[in-house]
Design a protein around this ligand. Structure first.
Ligand code: GLA
Ligand code: ZN
Length: 671
């Protein structure tokens, strides 16, 4: 449980009462009650109001609001307001303002607009965190500390430059080592002093900045942000050792290595803003990544929009019922909290048209408010039934930020390299069959799984190849793809042929990789029918030219100068086997392929279904809770079989076939 004193699903969201008068706040309380709100996050953006001048604090207004919330039995996810430093701070100490990659000093006015390495910023942030911790440590409604908001600003100021050099000294020890690891002899980039090392820049370079430096910069920024978080977290922990501390992650998760960033957090929390029209499997994958951050522990959906947003290119209204299906998608995948941005729509400012529980109309008689209230009542009914529930997936998928960065920083073989897109493609093939997937870190326990998929494992960190080899040896099924095993963790290529240390377990080596034009296709011709894969499939993106050692050919290329050469292979190894996909197959291939894999591994969806229905299971000490979610516009059917279940939202008994209309949700527990 996120906090053992809150044995319910957190329901509420970002609340900004400092924008409102007392009468409005009173009205809010009435409406919150109606909507079943039990938690609010505040005061995320109130630093300027809480500290009008350096060291002078004004907490009385917040005390009053906290009293009101307490009276209304609404708990608080207490934010330190450090995402938006006051103007006086930026003015008095310009060092807190960030410098962008082009070397431009940014002006005050944005939020998350500070240098995470600024000592002044850290000093003032820790100071206000301390004030808050001292003042509210005994506040009965305190459920968690939410530090700052959506970290993720890169800074290229002189101070960051200095700290980067120190960070490199620590990582590489000596200049000789750094020069070797970065291979600075190439293009004459040798450095004789740490002070000669420059931060990456997009200017002054005719081609690309050294990817090794860029990669280390991103690692450095992650570490710096982690320190910046820790700077406040340690203060909070000191005063309230039993209260969980975390920070919310932006849905655009690329910039910071979230595995590293969340290491010292008590739980993960993230902001889910799916792009209208994007497939549901994308938020599903992101939820699964969030669940992975703390190795399967429940996480918080800190934000989602109750309706349309304002910052998407086209801000579609959430369709009737959509907010509910999206919310349940998260809960079904491991979230114990369902929070929104924002509780009341602001009257002006950047996000005045962003959806809110209470809109400018200010009434409960809106479609959105009614939908939020319905969901609130349902979550209340669910109580703690799925809290702390885990997902016992049998398929694992490797995911790694360093790999992501290095792969995309690399020049060649194609400009269309998009790691997240690629991972999603493989993920989706399982998602559509309702086979649950756990996202795995390189350090995760692999042996719990029957199948491990490692899409584009370009960077093989120390020990990972050995772990994957042992996994297969013991009977696991491994799926590897093009762009695997090319570099080590310093982005240095492997000598002795790709995929380096994975060569034996895959039973092949890769001599060359051809990049296809976007519209260009080749084909995979199945040469050895082995179950589900039959006939011909199209492929594109990249085509590896392989040499098989112990692997056997499953499919071969249909054309080009490498026509007839293997592109899909299988290698029996120990008690298991490993597949290699040397090219990006069309989705139809992946559907057949996943069928074949699951058949071999004896993995089945919980229920058979017809139509687009998402089926997820969470299991806690009290048993399994099964979620059936139809996010589509069409109806769907699920076959429960002979067992009898209780439908938790209605109390009805269910067995046999269940029909789900568009946007229906059914939550079941075995009787
Ligand atoms: C982010 C922020 C919020 C708000 C929302 C709007 O996630 O954390 O403060 O700006 O976006 O979608
Ligand atoms: Zn900086």
């Amino acid at each position: 449980m996120i906090n053992k004193h809150t044995p319910f699903i957190w329901y509420g969201g970002d609340y900004n009462p400092d924008q409102w008068d007392e009468k409005t706040i009173e009205e809010d309380m009435k409406l919150f009650k109606k909507a079943g709100i039990n938690m609010v996050t505040l005061p995320v953006f109130s630093w300027a109001k809480l500290e009008p001048e350096e060291g002078v604090y004004n907490f009385e207004w917040l005390d009053k609001i906290l009293d009101t919330l307490q009276k209304n039995e609404i708990r608080v996810c207490m934010a330190t307001p450090t995402t938006a430093q006051p103007a006086w701070l930026s003015k008095k100490y310009p060092e807190v303002l960030p410098v962008d990659i082009a070397g431009r000093k940014r002006t005050h006015g944005m939020r998350v607009y500070f240098c995470v390495n600024s000592e002044k910023y850290r000093e003032r942030a820790a100071a206000i965190a301390k004030q808050m911790a001292k003042r509210y440590k005994d506040y009965p409604g305190l459920a968690a500390w939410h530090v700052a908001n959506e970290y993720g600003t890169y800074c290229y100021c002189e101070n960051c430059q200095k700290k980067f050099r120190l960070w490199l000294k620590k990582r590489y020890g000596t200049l000789e080592n750094l020069n070797e690891k970065w291979n600075t002899a190439f293009w004459g980039r040798i450095v004789y002093d740490f002070d000669e090392i420059m931060l990456p820049t997009e200017l002054n370079d005719d081609y690309r900045f050294n990817p090794a430096i860029q990669l280390d910069y991103m690692r450095f920024m992650t570490d710096s942000t982690k320190e910046c978080y820790e700077n406040e977290a340690q203060v909070l922990r000191k005063y309230t050792p039993d209260i969980p501390v975390f920070s919310n992650i932006s849905g655009f998760i690329k910039k910071l290595d979230q595995f590293t960033l969340t290491e010292n957090m008590d739980c993960a929390g993230w902001d889910n803003y799916p792009t209208p029209g994007a497939p549901e499997s994308i938020p599903a994958l992101k939820h699964d990544i969030m669940r992975a951050l703390k190795d399967g522990k429940p996480y918080i959906i800190t934000e989602q929009s109750p309706n349309q947003q304002n910052w998407q290119p086209y801000n579609k209204l959430k369709r009737p019922g959509e907010v509910r299906t999206l919310a349940y998608q998260g809960i079904a995948r491991g979230a114990d909290a369902c929070m929104f941005f924002q509780m009341r729509q602001s009257i002006a400012g950047q996000e005045k048209f962003h959806g809110a529980v209470i809109s400018h109309a200010g009434t409960e008689n809106t479609r959105v408010f009614k939908e939020i209230s319905r969901l609130g009542a349902e979550l209340k009914k669910l109580g703690d039934v799925c809290l702390d529930g885990r997902t016992n997936a049998q398929v694992g998928m490797l995911f790694d930020w360093n790999n992501w960065w290095a792969l995309e920083l690399t020049s060649g073989p194609t400009q269309d390299m998009d790691y997240f897109y690629q991972v999603h493609k493989y993920y989706k093939a399982f998602y559509e069959k309702n086979i649950q997937v756990d996202i795995l870190k390189m350090t995760s326990d692999f042996d719990r799984y029957k199948i491990i998929v490692a899409p584009l494992l370009y960077m093989v960190k120390d020990g990972v190849a050995e772990k994957l080899t042992a996994f297969v040896e013991k009977g696991g099924i491994l799926v590897a793809t093009y762009m695997t095993g090319l570099t080590d963790e310093n982005d240095r290529c492997i000598f002795g042929a790709y995929p380096g240390k994975l060569r034996k377990v895959l039973g092949l080596w890769v001599e060359e990789t051809d990049a296809l034009f976007p519209e260009e296709r080749n084909s995979i011709i199945i040469s050895k029918e082995s179950g589900r894969l039959k006939g011909e499939y199209s492929c594109n993106f990249l085509c590896d030219l392989l040499h098989l050692e112990t692997a056997e050919t499953i499919g071969e290329y249909g054309k080009d100068f490498y026509e007839g050469r293997p592109c899909v292979t299988k290698n029996d190894f120990g008690k298991g086997f490993a597949y290699y996909l040397g090219t990006e197959p069309e989705e139809r291939f992946l559907r057949d392929f996943v069928d074949e894999l699951c058949e071999k591994a004896d993995i089945h969806p919980v229920f058979e279904s017809v139509g687009k229905v998402e089926i997820c299971v969470r299991e806690n000490a009290k048993g399994k809770v099964i979620f059936l979610i139809n996010q589509s516009e069409e109806s769907a059917m699920v076959e429960l079989g002979e067992e009898t279940y209780e439908e938790l939202l209605t109390g009805q008994e269910r067995k046999g076939t269940i029909h789900l209309n568009s946007r229906d949700v059914v939550i079941l527990k075995k009787r």
